[in-house]
Write a protein that binds this ligand. Structure first.
Ligand SMILES: Cc1cc2nc3c(=O)[nH]c(=O)nc-3n(C[C@H](O)[C@H](O)[C@H](O)COP(=O)(O)OP(=O)(O)OC[C@H]3O[C@@H](n4cnc5c(N)ncnc54)[C@H](O)[C@@H]3O)c2cc1C
Length: 464
């Protein structure tokens, strides 16, 4: 067969999944991603069911000179999973997770979600650090870092990545591990989807739960910043067990909240504490006594249930979104005041914003150990615009960007978390995020993807 003339019919023959083109009944549903603002039309969608499908789709794209976007869980806020004019390689049907409880390793397909991961690992009372929402993809979240509840003890998701099987731009399957192509494994630990399509991840597992102590006292913003200041001071002394998020939001009209607070701005101090649950409850107690409470959702519950708690607030392909984060050197009172003022000014009641401490496990990893780079920042701030109507796009994007810009004076070396990238318009952030590691990443990119086939991401330009 002349590879230059591979037709769609030839791709379809021997393909286990679906090959979709504009006009096919399933095409429009398949190109949807989590952010309802994203409306792109790939030339072809390869909905893969096997590694062979992924290899065939990449070879097809290569023959045609088309770029490739990669869909894992479809949750990237910039919508990087879907492209205009290019091949969308969709892994949403490749979601199996296998666990070896003796070796404490999970083997996850490239399209698995954190719900798939937790369901498989919690059977054995094991887990690896994921994110805060179970429907996000293991792939996208991991490849740019991965911040979740377990980071205090076990670091970022990438810090637990042992190996990966990757389909590179030449359509071949390559292994990345400590002994095989270790440079590629290093690059996958923070370098995003730049180097190929990961069809299988291997993660180290740790004993977690199944029952954990969930911490979630909620305070009213009208009562002032006192609880956040006390929270900052307390968790800074306990950041192995307490890797937390202070989340600002608006109380919904929901009977779970006292009616007097409906529509008011609040913040929740959220953590998952593992291990001995009496000790966990005692450790969390001061955080639940920092002032008058709106309510308190703290309690013992299964880890997998905690992971799903906020899923309903973030339904797929429903809300319009623009999220933008930066790292903070520290968390002075002035930054807390700014975060509160920004939250009060949010134009949409669906918007959230948040302060995250790094946690011991994140800071313990050396800068050069992963492509993610330096870990010396103390905190992260994220302004996450979420709204319903297209007519409100400009106001909500302007709010997120203004909140982010106002926080810049408190920033850490101009670095940002690349998984909360706005809509990907600030190119210079990618270089800044990688710091000294950028040139090494560019060389590895040139080795595995010299023509930048995988360019719908926080893109690294191939060296040379
Ligand atoms: C509701 C919500 C909650 C979130 N919570 C957290 C959180 O708690 N912690 C956190 O750290 N982040 C969080 N994020 C951010 C999240 O990590 C990113 O949006 C991430 O890109 C999602 O991964 P995905 O696989 O679902 O995305 P997708 O949109 O499918 O993919 C995003 C990009 O990842 C790459 N990619 C995806 N799959 C593969 C693959 N198999 N091989 C190679 N590259 C691939 C590609 O470059 C792709 O363009 C959240 C996002 C949302 C929308």
């Amino acid at each position: 067969m002349d590879t230059q003339t591979t037709t769609i019919d030839e791709l379809k023959s021997g393909f286990s999944g679906d090959v979709l083109v504009p006009g096919d009944p399933a095409y429009d549903e398949a190109r949807q991603v989590w952010n309802a603002m994203i409306d792109r039309r790939p030339t072809l969608i390869a909905r893969c069911e096997s590694t062979e499908d992924v290899m065939a789709a990449v070879r097809f794209a290569s023959d045609k000179g088309l770029p490739v976007s990669i869909r894992g869980g479809g949750h990237n806020v910039a919508g990087h999973a879907v492209c205009d004019t290019g091949v969308m390689v969709d892994l949403s049907k490749m979601r199996s997770v296998r666990v070896d409880p003796d070796k404490r390793i999970a083997y996850a397909d490239g399209g698995a979600t954190w719900a798939d991961m937790d369901a498989a690992t919690q059977v054995f009372g094991l887990a690896t650090p994921g994110g805060l929402i179970s429907e996000t993809g293991v792939a996208g979240l991991t490849l740019s870092g991965g911040f979740g509840y377990l980071r205090g003890q076990h670091g970022l998701s990438i810090d637990n990545l042992l190996a990966a099987d990757v389909v590179t731009a030449d359509g071949r399957l390559t292994r990345a591990s400590a002994t095989e192509n270790p440079d590629l494994l290093w690059a996958l630990k923070g370098g995003g989807g730049n180097f190929g399509i990961v069809v299988r991840f291997e993660f180290a597992l740790h004993p977690v739960g199944p029952e954990v102590f969930f911490v979630a006292p909620i305070y009213a913003m009208e009562d002032g910043p006192g609880p956040i200041r006390a929270w900052r001071d307390y968790i800074s002394q306990h950041d192995e067990a307490l890797a937390m998020i202070c989340e600002f939001s608006t109380v919904p009209e929901d009977d779970e909240f006292p009616q007097q607070y409906w529509g008011k701005k609040v913040f929740a101090l959220v953590a998952v504490v593992t291990g001995d649950l009496d000790a966990a409850e005692e450790l969390a107690r001061p955080l639940r006594e920092l002032g008058p409470l709106v309510t308190d959702f703290s309690g013992r519950m299964p880890y997998a249930e905690v992971q799903r708690l906020f899923d309903a607030q973030t339904p797929f392909a429903t809300m319009r979104c623009y999220w933008k984060a930066l790292y903070l050197a520290d968390l002075p009172d002035e930054m807390i005041d700014l975060a509160m003022a920004n939250a009060k000014a949010a134009p949409s009641p669906n918007t959230i914003s948040s302060l995250w401490n790094m946690g011991h496990g994140v800071r313990a990893v050396a800068a050069e150990a992963t492509a993610f780079g330096d870990r010396s920042m103390g905190w992260m701030y994220s302004a996450d615009g979420v709204w319903a109507d297209a007519a409100d796009d400009a106001a909500n994007i302007a709010w997120a960007r203004a909140s982010w810009l106002k926080a810049e004076p408190f920033g850490h070396e101009g670095r940002a978390y690349l998984n909360f990238p706005g809509h990907g318009e600030d190119d210079t952030l990618t270089r800044a995020a990688f710091g000294d590691g950028y040139d090494r990443l560019a060389r590895i990119k040139a080795q595995y993807d010299p023509h930048n086939m995988f360019r719908f991401n926080q893109n690294i330009t191939p060296a040379g």
